[in-house]
Ligand binder design. Structure first.
Ligand code: CA
Length: 419
């Protein structure tokens, strides 16, 4: 039974019905950032509601979500329950609340929190196998993959919110093993469709998060585009892993969807193959559940924009196909005593499924350039060109539940700066 809101655009909204209420930070004009919740085509200004005495569950003294995150998931649960009351049909305070609604088209979304640290994992077996088979055909999957969630420490300083364009990176590459490397604009720029988890309370150094407590330490999820320069990556990644191939830009969607909102879409993790190892005890959780979250990637080239041609869908995958769950990633990340702090971002790694059209990077989709994608203009893409916009969307839907969505995560490639 769907909840009914007096905010009419919320009822039947594809992303932001009353069942979702994701949190984010917005601003009007050149104003300060303000904490808000998405409802239909609007944003509810939570700072305004609080000042008017409509919310007593939590006081927002800052213009980022870190403080709410630091109070743990219970605080966010209480706040969301209060927001459901305020926005439901039949609420007597409707007139007072409506003063704090702003149209989403009138606001600019900002980063939802100060992201202190960012870690990127590699949790899709399909992605790891695809990429491995391109670079090591005889040995696609390294022997550690099914034992240990592989990750690297990313760079928080270059995380940007959806809609922010970024420059094509310049760097050192070597295509010809007999010649010296060149220094110039990347020629193999790619995207990676990922899901990010924001940490809520976190842990003290030396005090690992038990896998049973891992999800209580997740404030919510967003979409992540881990832009990747494959030619820079190929030349630099051994022996210490990705560095300049990854840290020039990472785009996130602005709304954080809580795990509570995602609860109706929990599903069993995919069955492991008969010869797969059982996870070690610290990564085992008998109630481990995946999330049925559809993830779609589209592209619109500059020429498609000029000719008013709609974006072309490149892939549609599902987060439920991941080999490692978010709880396992967090348990593993903190297993050595590493501390996570409120607002830290943990990304899943590229989400790829078994089918060709569920591959979450262009590297895989165009199979290292050997199967280029035809655009409706007649252009073709093996990797991204300047002016290309990549649009990611995510949503959950199933029979008997109200569909919720993440909104968009989009970014446009600008020409490299070579002077
Ligand atoms: Ca990645």
């Amino acid at each position: 039974m769907a909840l009914s809101s007096w905010v009419e655009s919320a009822n039947g909204h594809r992303d932001f019905p009353l069942e979702n209420l994701p949190f984010g930070v917005f601003r009007l004009g050149a104003g300060e950032g303000r904490i808000g919740a998405a409802i239909g085509d609007h944003v509810l200004d939570l700072a305004g509601c609080q000042a008017a005495g409509l919310i007593s569950e939590w006081s927002c003294t800052r213009n980022t979500l870190n403080e709410l995150m630091s109070r743990g998931r219970d605080a966010a649960r209480k706040l969301r329950s209060r927001l459901v009351e305020l926005l439901s049909d039949g609420n007597g305070d409707r007139e007072a609340v409506s003063k704090h609604l702003v149209a989403q088209r009138d606001v600019e979304m900002l980063l939802p929190c100060a992201i202190g640290d960012y870690t990127d994992f590699y949790a899709s077996l399909h992605h790891a196998t695809n990429v491995g088979s391109m670079f090591r055909p005889d040995n696609p999957l390294l022997p550690n993959y099914k034992w240990i969630p592989i990750g690297y420490h990313g760079r928080a300083s270059s995380i940007v919110v959806s809609g922010t364009p970024f420059r094509r990176p310049v760097g050192q590459t070597r295509d010809d093993a007999t010649a010296p490397p060149r220094f110039g604009a990347s020629r193999r720029l790619d995207y990676e469709m990922e899901v990010g988890a924001f940490i809520s309370r976190g842990n003290a150094a030396g005090d690992p998060i038990h896998i049973h407590d891992a999800e209580e330490n997740v404030f919510g999820l967003c979409l992540v585009n881990d832009w990747s320069a494959r030619d820079i990556q190929t030349w630099e990644y051994q022996p210490l892993g990705p560095f300049l191939a990854k840290n020039f830009a990472t785009t996130i969607s602005p709304w954080i969807v809580t795990l509570d909102a995602l609860e109706p879409f929990r599903v069993a993790v995919p069955p492991r193959a008969a010869d797969d190892p059982q996870p070690l005890t610290y990564l085992s959780f008998d109630e481990d559940r995946a999330i049925d979250l559809t993830l779609e990637v589209s592209i619109q080239s500059q020429r498609m924009k000029d000719e008013k041609i709609d974006p072309l869908t490149l892939s549609r995958g599902n987060f439920r196909d991941m080999y490692w769950t978010i709880a396992q990633l967090i348990a593993h990340h903190t297993s050595n005593g590493c501390n996570l702090r409120p607002g830290d971002l943990i990304a899943s790694g590229t989400v790829s499924g078994p089918a060709r059209d569920s591959r979450g990077s262009l590297l895989e989709r165009a199979w290292r350039g050997t199967e280029p994608i035809e655009l409706p203009t007649g252009e073709s893409r093996a990797f991204l060109c300047d002016g290309d916009e990549v649009i990611m969307r995510g949503w959950c839907e199933r029979e008997g539940a109200v569909r919720i969505g993440f909104g968009e995560c989009r970014g446009t490639v600008l020409a490299a700066r070579l002077d």
